[in-house]
Design a protein around this ligand. Structure first.
Ligand SMILES: [Zn+2]
Length: 196
């Protein structure tokens, strides 16, 4: 296990390696700041930070809901190939099981944040989020399907290397979103028309 002191020393050495002086005034506290920032950016490695996902029995509020529910919001992650930011917008949808459970909507963003907070690739990120949310709803009477689409800008492509606009879309579909084209098209058409 590497100590905090060793990690700080490593960052000092990296600063030296790129040709700057880690002892100059503006950089003195930088290794310390980077480590504190890493704790937040990479909290996805700490299982104790995994959000508790509240679910409710379908029908609890007097209605049984079995249509599409969609959530949208931002995400920020770090590409594992270059350690550069990728960020953008996500659209999550699911169709609850009439006899199953419903997700607390605010928890979806928290799961996205948690799974984003480690070295990632966008293809794995969509899959991990859907797996965590599927698990939260339980195996008995699972939802009829889930869909997650992420549209991300990759700074490793935009600010270096190719220096081209780095949009990437990744999707992960389960259940009826995968097997029924009409359901998938409904999801896609909501995204197209989305004006938050
Ligand atoms: Zn990259």
């Amino acid at each position: 296990m590497i100590t905090e002191e060793q990690a700080k020393q490593n960052i000092r050495e990296l600063i030296e390696y790129i040709g700057d002086n880690p002892d100059r005034e503006g950089l003195k506290a930088t290794p310390d700041r980077i480590l504190r920032m890493f704790k937040e950016m990479f909290r996805g490695y700490d299982p104790s930070q995994k959000p508790v996902i509240t679910t409710f029995p379908n029908g609890q509020d007097g209605i049984i809901y079995d249509n599409m529910v969609i959530d949208n919001g931002p995400f920020y992650s770090v590409c594992e190939h270059h350690c550069r930011t990728f960020f953008g917008e996500y659209w999550f949808a699911y169709i609850p099981n009439r006899k199953g459970r419903i997700l607390g909507l605010s928890k979806i963003g928290r799961v996205i944040d948690y799974c984003s907070s480690k070295l990632q690739v966008q293809e794995r990120l969509v899959q991990e989020v859907v797996e965590v949310l599927t698990e939260a709803l339980g195996e008995e009477n699972p939802p009829r399907g889930m869909a997650l689409m992420m549209k991300g800008r990759h700074m490793c492509k935009e600010s270096r290397g190719a220096r081209k606009e780095g949009y990437m879309i990744s999707t992960y579909l389960t259940g009826v979103f995968k097997s029924d084209l009409r359901v998938r098209n409904e999801f896609m058409s909501y995204i197209k028309e989305w004006r938050p």
